[in-house]
Design a protein around this ligand. Structure first.
Ligand SMILES: Nc1ncnc2c1ncn2[C@@H]1O[C@H](COP(=O)(O)OP(=O)(O)OP(=O)(O)O)[C@@H](O)[C@H]1O
Ligand SMILES: [Mg+2]
Length: 282
């Protein structure tokens, strides 16, 4: 069994609970999957959940952006090949609750050449079950190949949707596919997260309204990600947006705390109504 040997499990975790697994997936590329994966994972970790971010995108977007040295790091690819135990591949971060599994295979220039099958994802989940409360998998766009295999293994899909008219048209097919996978594997939709919302753009706001009216509220998170230049700066520096500045993080960073709070309930880390009131004194 994989052991990292740090902090005690948070009190919130209930005995016998299995790690919750969430794949961030979308049909379309460039809609904010990686941004959502990274920033929501950090928010979950800051809320006390032991969180593992898995870079399941062969392009290794998170691995390439987080830290330059990760370009040579090993990770999921070597795990799939049985070259290294997980304990040697999972990287701790400055935040005790947040760990990271890079895509790996980059040294050999072939992270996409190695098939990651459902048993690999299954073993990964089993091996991390005791150490983590939640696994967030960043995936490549499209619902085929490695992304499909990840979706067939995890409990939940979280779907970012760019707030533009074209996205609404692809949403139906996306939800249909998730439902079909779910019929076979039990995959559930954790929800759709609207991204790159432009509050001063009429078309963007109309799209938000359309999605809210088209889909039942349990399918769409109330929290959404505004379009903000801070994300580009964060990508350029390879950091989650809240870490752009120690003293004055961009205000947009706070949306991920709200998204994480909603996600906690949607994926069963906490139940609805639990911990609603937090008394300062006993
Ligand atoms: N809310 C936002 N506001 C402004 N820019 C954003 C926002 N979200 C993401 N971006 C930028 O858009 C680009 C694409 O975002 P990201 O990499 O998260 O998308 P993706 O869905 O993971 O893409 P891919 O399909 O290529 O993996 C990045 O340069 C990112 O910095
Ligand atoms: Mg990405």
């Amino acid at each position: 069994m994989y052991t990292r040997g740090n902090a005690d499990p948070p009190e919130k975790r209930r005995e016998g609970d299995r790690v919750k697994t969430v794949a961030i997936a979308s049909q379309k590329g460039g809609v904010g999957k990686t941004t959502l994966a990274l920033n929501t994972s950090l928010a979950l970790a800051r809320r006390g959940w032991r969180t593992l971010v898995v870079d399941a995108d062969p392009q290794g977007a998170i691995s390439l952006s987080l830290k330059k040295e990760l370009k040579v790091a090993e990770g999921l690819t070597e795990y799939a090949q049985g070259l290294r135990p997980l304990a040697e591949l999972v990287l701790p971060t400055r935040l005790a609750e947040l760990s990271f599994l890079p895509v790996g295979g980059i040294k050999a220039h072939r992270p996409s050449a190695v098939e990651i099958g459902e048993p690999v994802f299954g073993n990964l989940i089993d091996e991390t079950s005791a150490e983590f409360d939640v696994l967030i998998l960043d995936t490549a766009s499209g619902l085929a190949g490695r992304t499909l295999r990840a979706l067939r293994t995890v409990d939940y899909a979280l779907v970012p949707m760019q707030a533009e008219p074209l996205s609404v048209r692809t949403l139906d097919g996306m939800l249909q596919t998730i439902a079909e996978i779910g019929d076979e594997t039990g995959l559930q939709l954790a929800g759709v997260v609207l991204t790159m919302v432009q509050s001063r753009d009429e078309i963007s706001l109309e799209t938000v309204q359309e999605v809210w009216s088209l889909l039942p509220s349990e399918m769409v998170l109330e929290g959404f990600v505004p379009r903000d230049p801070a994300f580009l700066r964060a990508s350029a520096h390879g950091v989650p947006v809240s870490l752009l500045s120690r003293r004055r993080p961009p205000s947009v960073a706070s949306v991920f705390d709200a998204i994480a709070a909603e996600l906690e309930v949607r994926i069963g880390l906490v139940s609805e109504g639990e911990d609603d009131i937090f008394h300062l004194l006993d």
